[in-house]
Design a protein around this ligand. Structure first.
Ligand code: PLP
Length: 452
């Protein structure tokens, strides 16, 4: 930090403060974690200075011999860790990984003169008519994914997102009574819509998914099954999700981030069956900019960590702790979407406290509990104010929290929410954003959490 401070002291100070804030609060954001010193240090090297567009042994730049070592090792570790035939470790983020997967599905499955000519390396021979056909065929495909308010991600076909514009899209939700995925309803929708791409995976669904069933649905309608395991990759790597709950053997393509439950550097990855490998490999420069070699190096380090029995124990504790957190809420009368959890997420419906998700999120932050507001299925408050708060256990599990600590976390959250009232607008009307936190609550909760 001294080196940084000698150039821009305010950045050094913000960096120091970020450490204090992250360690001094209860980090319950389900997509965050604390990467190891080895992972963090690996990101801060001169690999950042190297350009390496292309793939291992096939670069558009000279001098990539060390990047080749890094990228091959990261991919090899990923293949072994997840039992995948092919791994592409270049994506800069989860969204980038999904875009690469979409690209590879279109490039692989859409029949077009462009592809034949590209394979024959005759792109220049494409006529205007070829390009027009290509634009039409690429732009006329269908995608079916989980809706945002049921727990899907923006890139799973949410209309305002690019995925909802590059594809004709439809969305599947969850059962309105139970909040659970209804595979028969997904199958019925797929039969009717006949998508090219069926996307499974989630950002805010607190349950496991049966990927064998999702593959059956995809096969029945001739769709490609793409699973986005960004949230639960750590639980797959740690062998908590096995058999039908492990997406990798069932999906044609599995995408992920590397920084959530997997506890690596910020970044993305695509795992693929052989038939998609060549097109995924063209991700850079077709979809992505030059790979971040320092981050690929850190991915290799994180994957090496994730293949240990310590990591498997960590992954099991993530799931056990989520159950403890859920039980802590249920015994205190709070409402959970789906009534519980069997992954790393607990989705708390805060409407019974008379609050919106936005009010709850802000009040909790005042008390040092960092969460994010989240829609609940058919949310009456929409995607901005929401009615829920999403909580995840990966980060605090890394800090060593177990059953008792998570029970206390539930107690503290219920304390804050029970002692928060919805505020009013400046004009005195009802507000979905302002709130009034009871006297002394923040101090009480901050003190208890500092003791943990
Ligand atoms: N996919 C899922 C399921 C996610 O939850 C997220 C992020 O939260 C992403 C993709 C996007 O990841 P990134 O922010 O790295 O682009």
């Amino acid at each position: 930090l001294e080196v940084i401070a000698s150039v821009e002291p305010r950045i050094a100070e913000a960096t120091r403060q970020e450490l204090t804030d992250q360690r001094g609060s209860l980090k319950l954001i389900a997509s965050e974690n604390y990467a190891s010193p080895a992972v963090l240090l690996t990101m801060g090297t001169w690999f950042s200075d190297k350009y390496a567009e292309g793939t291992v042994g096939h670069r558009f730049y000279a001098g990539c011999q060390n990047v080749d070592t890094v990228e091959s090792l990261a991919a090899e570790h990923a293949r072994e860790l997840f039992g995948a035939p092919y791994a592409y470790v270049q994506p800069h983020s989860g969204i980038d990984a999904n875009l690469v997967a979409f690209w590879s599905i279109l490039a692989n499955k859409v029949e077009s003169p462009y592809l034949e000519k590209m394979q024959a390396k005759n792109v220049n021979e494409l006529s205007e008519a070829d390009w027009e056909t290509l634009r039409h065929e690429f732009g006329n495909q269908r995608l079916l994914g989980m809706s945002l308010d049921a727990g899907g991600h923006l890139t799973h076909g949410f209309r305002p997102n690019i995925s909802g514009k590059m594809f004709h899209q439809q969305q599947y939700g969850t059962d309105p009574e139970t909040g659970l995925l209804d595979y028969d309803a997904v199958a019925a929708k797929a039969r009717e819509f006949r998508p090219l791409v069926l996307v499974a995976g989630y950002s805010a669904y607190p349950r496991r998914v049966n990927f064998a069933k999702m593959r059956e649905i995809a096969d029945e309608v001739g769709a490609v099954l793409m699973v986005d395991m960004a949230h639960f990759a750590g639980l797959v790597a740690g062998k908590v999700f096995t058999g039908e709950e492990d997406p990798v053997p069932f999906a044609h393509l599995t995408t992920t981030t590397t920084h959530k439950s997997l506890r690596g550097p910020r970044g993305g990855m695509v795992l693929a069956q052989e038939e998609f490998a060549a097109d995924v490999d063209r991700g850079c420069p077709m979809v992505l900019g030059g790979p971040l070699s320092h981050v690929m190096a850190a991915k290799a380090v994180a994957f090496a960590e994730a293949r240990t029995t310590e990591f498997q124990d960590y992954a099991q504790r993530i799931a056990d702790n989520a159950k403890s957190l859920a039980e802590g809420f249920l015994t205190r009368g709070a409402n959970l979407v789906t009534g519980g959890t069997d992954n790393h997420i607990v989705l708390l419906d805060v409407s019974s406290f008379g609050l919106t998700g936005r009010q709850a999120e802000s009040a909790l932050l005042d008390a040092g509990v960092v969460t994010n507001r989240n829609s609940v299925p058919a949310d009456p408050n929409g995607a901005w104010y929401t009615s829920g708060v999403r909580l995840g256990t990966p980060a605090l599990t890394t800090r060593g929290f177990g059953h008792d600590e998570f029970d206390t976390v539930a107690e503290l959250i219920v304390d804050v929410l029970s002692n928060t009232e919805a505020g009013t607008t400046k004009a005195g009307g009802p507000s979905k954003a302002s709130y009034v936190l009871g006297d002394g609550v923040a101090d009480r909760v901050t003190k208890r959490s500092a003791e943990m």
